[in-house]
Design a protein around this ligand. Structure first.
Ligand code: NAD
Ligand code: SER
Length: 317
């Protein structure tokens, strides 16, 4: 049975990945960690939890050693919008924290390590529709810069030390359980909460802004599929493009209006528009499809149906 450590377990993705891992490996074998304890209402709070700051290598070392960890899912990070507000923090957490996890994994011979990358690795010089697997990586955000560094240093540990490190370039993740934590794609989650709760939304990107997105069940499915894949089939390690769906902000608003006819969306682009404009519209994920059989289950309509159903139930609307 695997012994699993999840960093950043209280975040948007960690809070849903942790219960999925507990279902597979047993609750007591999956140790959730974060810098703060999630409140009792969050998913994934039913099992072991430890406070751990990924910038503290000693803390990560003692947890991995004392708890006999053999698999790490490293979800702790500072996302794009928060990263632009505090670039030094983004560097320290995303690069320093990842370097700590990799070093401890090497020292302790951890069997397998996962670290997400992002569509933020791409920049304005990358072909946008679709962004190829192997292409120009010149991001303009500190977040993107830390994610390119993370991919490269993860690959370095594979080739230099033989550590089994894997990662995906997640699109913007849409989910109904835990709100997202300071990203540019957050509008595609906020819009659902506001549509259900108030019937109105002011969107911080232009209506014609198209970005790659993915529904949470596909995010979990892709993560587990890559971690389960036979290492011998993988020609890449920390940087797989993985696509779910692509849509513009106005297409998303129209889908929500299909289910909530009175919904009204206005647009007031802010600093996050420039970040969105630097990212691609879609991703070429043929390598993921060929090497570990990736196929998404949700498109724009099925994701919207499910989000609205879940949030209506949650808010009694
Ligand atoms: P999130 O912001 O919701 O969660 C991140 C978690 O990390 C938070 O719970 C936070 O408390 C924790 N954290 C912050 N600083 C920490 C520190 N110093 N030590 C330990 N924990 C710390 O982010 P998320 O959306 O769950 O993202 C998880 C991973 O997926 C990140 O690597 C992110 O870059 C990547 N990703 C997310 C998306 C998305 O749309 N959500 C898209 C692409 C990539
Ligand atoms: N969803 C993330 C963000 O917007 C992309 O990695 O920051």
């Amino acid at each position: 049975m695997q012994r699993v450590l999840v960093t950043g377990a209280g975040g948007q993705i960690g809070s849903e990945l942790t219960p999925a891992l507990r279902k597979r490996h047993g609750t007591s074998n999956v140790i959730a960690t974060d810098i703060r304890r999630p409140d009792g209402a969050s998913p994934g709070t039913e099992g072991p939890f430890e406070i751990a700051d990924v910038r503290d290598r000693e803390r990560i070392r003692s947890l991995v050693g004392d708890l006999r960890i053999d698999t790490i899912y490293h979800m702790a990070a500072i996302l794009s919008a928060t990263g632009e507000a505090n670039p030094q923090l983004a560097w320290d957490v995303n690069v320093g924290g990842w370097a700590n996890v990799l070093e401890v994994a090497r020292e302790r011979s951890v069997g397998r390590v996962f670290c997400p990358s992002s569509i933020a690795v791409f920049g304005p010089e990358t072909p946008r529709d679709p962004a190829p697997q192997l292409t120009v990586l010149r991001p303009t955000t500190m977040y993107g810069l830390t994610k390119v560094t993370g991919e490269l240093v993860g690959d370095y540990y594979v080739h230099r030390y033989g550590l089994d490190v894997r990662g995906l370039r997640y699109p913007g993740i849409i989910s109904s359980e835990t709100p997202p934590g300071g990203g540019t794609t957050d509008y595609a989650v906020d819009i659902f909460y506001q549509a259900i709760q108030s019937g109105r939304y002011t969107c911080f990107v232009r209506p014609d802004t198209v970005l790659p997105m993915m529904y949470m069940p596909d995010c979990i499915k892709a993560t587990l599929a890559l971690m389960d894949a036979d290492f011998k089939r993988l020609s890449h390690h920390c940087d797989y493009n993985v696509a779910g769906m692509s849509f513009s902000a106005e297409e998303l608003a129209a889908e929500i209006k299909r289910l909530i006819p009175s919904f009204a969306c206005e647009y007031a682009p802010d600093f996050r528009q420039a970040i969105a404009d630097s990212w691609p519209k879609s991703l070429d994920d043929r390598l993921a499809r060929d090497e570990w059989d990736w196929r998404p289950s949700f498109d724009l309509s099925t994701m919207t149906d499910d989000m609205v159903k879940r949030l209506r139930k949650r808010f009694g609307k």
